[in-house]
Design a protein around this ligand. Sequence first.
Ligand SMILES: Nc1ncnc2c1ncn2[C@@H]1O[C@H](COP(=O)(O)OP(=O)(O)O)[C@@H](O)[C@H]1O
Ligand SMILES: [Mg+2]
Length: 357
Amino acid sequence: MNTHLQHILDIIDQIGSVTDEQKQALTSALKSAEKEMMVLNFKLDRTEKVKHTTSILLETTIEELDLKRKAIEESNLALEKSLTDLKAAQDQLIQQEKLASLGQLTAGIAHEIKNPLNFVNNFSDLSVELIEETKEELSAVSDQLSAEDREKVQEALVILKDVELNLRKIHEHGTRADSIVKSMLEHSRGSSGKMEPTDLNALVKEYVNLSFHGMRAGTNPINVDINLELDESIEDVPLVAEDFSRVILNLCNNGFDAMKDKLSAISDQDSASYKPKLTVRTHFENGEVVVEIEDNGIGIPEEMKDKIMQPFFTTKKGTEGTGLGLSITNDIIKAHGGQMDVYSQPGQTVFTIKLTT
Ligand SMILES: Nc1ncnc2c1ncn2[C@@H]1O[C@H](COP(=O)(O)OP(=O)(O)O)[C@@H](O)[C@H]1O
Ligand SMILES: [Mg+2]
């Protein structure tokens, strides 16, 4: 029996005034109390054990739930990524599709226009020669004419001079139209469209050089300091080389034009201290290849920035600009899955191309 109960029994034993019957009743009451206590103890013990197992089960369930939550989070992330990848691929496809149909259309138009344009250009040129000859003939006979007739011949010569000027204008603008048509044809002819690992730095070097020498050989050449900052750690980049080389050419050509514009905009005094400079950089940034083409030319006015990418937008006079350079450039970069941004303030323009590799 439980020691405390036994102790109570011992004390009752020692009390003389308690009868045997009373003792017996007390003893049996104490024994039943002990039994009840044992049952309660047993139940308590069992409850403890159940509690313990439940808590262990709960912990493992929580752990499992946590693992599942993490797995779901990961697959969510993967899903989100593939969704953005899919969207990018879709954008690129749409862009290529647009380019293809636009290309066919422009090729068709350009091809149709090319022949009549050739007539315009060739015949205006030929007519200038004919007028020259006519002028010579008239001058040759004018000695043998009467004073009155000579005056008439003089009038005819003045008119011929005007016609000649008109023909020269026709020829000048015809030539501009021809270069636009050529650009359109070149653009629409497209390329093999094959992305191949290309030495980007070598391509940049080659085409910056080509653009520079082209400018030097053209009308109104200027001196330009060419500054190449190429990150040699850039390895081969997947590119359609013949397209991307046109990007570099177009952007450098625009840079040189902007420097010429600046030179003609500033006074002779300032032009002595102005040093035209073209900087071309390549580097890696957040897993992207970045190409920057910076010039210290005239800059792009704020209100013009959203127009420069539009096909045929040009500020260049006469036959100098087709307005197709940046539009073609932007299309090529988009077809590479890249992006082009422009930053400009007076005296500084930076075109930034970002390509994901
Ligand atoms: N680096 C630059 N600096 C200043 N203006 C520029 C620059 N690049 C482009 N532009 C502006 O954007 C216009 C459009 O350029 P582009 O599409 O190459 O056509 P184009 O060179 O035949 O005019 C240019 O006429 C010029 O006004
Ligand atoms: Mg241009």
